[in-house]
Design a protein around this ligand. Structure first.
Ligand SMILES: *Cc1c(COP(=O)(O)O)cnc(C)c1O
Length: 425
């Protein structure tokens, strides 16, 4: 049996309708921005393997540090015990985050980082004896797939089977110059009920790389602060250089009370989650009364190997080369966007940092489940490029080490697709 046949016999894939999906492609090796399949065919990973990879695949420096850590200490219970990689990572990250961030809480992935953030906020008010129990979020938000994270995400076909079990959330539109006044008065009206406001800063990834203005976000955050509503910046996707700055929150002056990280945290090496918070939130859990404890943890909380991968990734992230690479991608995206923005098949094109998104004009079905999406996906796979459209939105967000030649090849293939895809079914 081939690997694909064995896979289909034994495995159920994420976000995949197993009855109609194309057979999965067995990847045997990674090298920089490239993934290589069992037949030796190379694919440029233009989506950073679901947005996690920032320094390229099979990075030797990270691999070395992970190997050393595995031989030193692979894991230890994190209640009652600690270890240097966890301490060093917390210290080094807190030093580069907005300066109100004071404490680091580790978990397993982006969804758990969000769960921890929500629980911190709800219990903050509970511990203070103040009844603020509702969460404020943006329409079409995506914060993860566990129940709490799903609850604060937009309602859609993805959540339909569970909608009646998801706790109630106040959803507001993304801010615009026109609706700002209305959003603020709605927030003020609900203030006594609202525990916190969770948002994806600057870019709503899963919604289709929807982008919004930093100044408007800043105004909303300031308004929440004035109304004593805690703010949670979910930087699971936007963290670690994606938006052109280290963190999306570096684009605003206001500082969030809580931040969530995962995806790029380990450089895309392995699953890991981190929630940071202010001293004020931390202090609300300090008490002689044990019931005020944050009762949350995972078996693998602060896994030393994941900490070592994150420390190695951070070394690379803070190196001048990485800054230069990010800027190089930002400039290349800009030039490409300028070249194709007037193409009749391009409905809109938008960019934030290293993220470039193009909405395809179709005239037909524009849902996530559209046929055009599948045609584009296959077209690029054939060309040796992994681009995974969200509905009719094609986006490029490559590992920062992608070469100019690889970027140019992706751009040329997109231009070619604009001429060739969509004419026939
Ligand atoms: C991917 C993502 C999550 C969920 O992270 P997982 O590791 O997939 O659970 C949460 N928030 C945002 C903004 C994301 O993009």
């Amino acid at each position: 049996m081939t690997l694909t046949e064995r896979d289909l016999k034994a495995i159920w894939h994420p976000y995949t309708q197993m009855q109609t999906a194309l057979p999965p492609i067995p990847i045997v090796k990674g090298d920089g921005a490239l993934l290589i399949d069992e037949n030796g065919k190379e694919y440029i990973d233009a989506v950073s393997s679901w947005w996690v990879n920032i320094h390229g695949h099979a990075n030797k420096y990270i691999a070395q540090k992970v190997a050393e850590q595995l031989l030193q200490l692979e894991h230890v219970i994190f209640a009652g015990f600690t270890h240097k990689p966890a301490i060093e990572l917390a210290e080094r990250l807190l030093a580069i985050l907005p300066d109100n961030q004071a404490k680091a809480f580790y978990s397993d992935n982006g969804s758990t980082a969000v769960e921890v953030a929500i629980k911190m906020c709800l219990q903050y008010w509970h511990n203070l004896g103040i009844k603020r129990t509702k969460v404020l979020a943006f329409k079409n938000a995506y914060h993860g797939d566990t129940f709490g994270a799903m609850a604060v995400s937009g309602r859609s076909a993805f959540t339909a089977a569970f909608d009646n079990l998801l706790f109630e959330v106040e959803f507001i539109d993304l801010p615009t110059a026109e609706n700002m006044k209305q959003l603020k008065s709605r927030i003020s009206y609900l203030r006594s009920e609202l525990a916190c406001f969770i948002f994806e800063p600057l870019v709503q990834g899963s919604a289709g790389m929807i982008m919004y203005d930093a100044a408007l976000l800043n105004e909303l955050m300031a308004h929440c602060r004035a109304e004593h509503i805690l703010t949670i910046a979910d930087e699971v996707f936007t963290g670690f250089g994606r938006t052109g700055k280290r963190f999306a929150c570096n684009h605003v002056q206001e500082q969030p009370d809580i931040m969530c990280f995962s995806k790029g945290l380990t450089g895309g090496t392995m699953a890991f989650g981190l929630t940071t918070c202010t001293q004020q939130i931390y202090d609300a859990f300090l008490s002689d009364d044990k019931r005020k404890t944050l009762f949350h943890g995972h078996s693998y909380t602060a896994n030393p190997v994941a900490c070592a991968a994150s420390l190695a990734s951070l070394d690379l992230f803070l190196a001048p080369d990485t800054d230069a690479n990010i800027q190089r991608i930002v400039n290349a995206h800009q030039a490409f966007a300028g070249r194709i923005q007037d193409h009749p098949k391009i409905k809109t094109i938008r960019q934030t940092g290293t993220i470039l998104a193009m909405e395809w004009e179709t005239g037909e079905d524009t849902s996530y489940f559209s046929a055009l999406r599948d045609r584009l996906y296959s077209y690029f796979l054939d060309a040796g490029i992994i681009l995974r459209p969200l509905g009719n939105v094609i986006y490029i967000l490559p590992p920062y080490c992608i070469t100019d030649a690889q970027l140019d090849y992706i751009y040329r293939k997109i231009e070619q697709a604009l001429e060739e895809v969509g004419k026939s079914a």
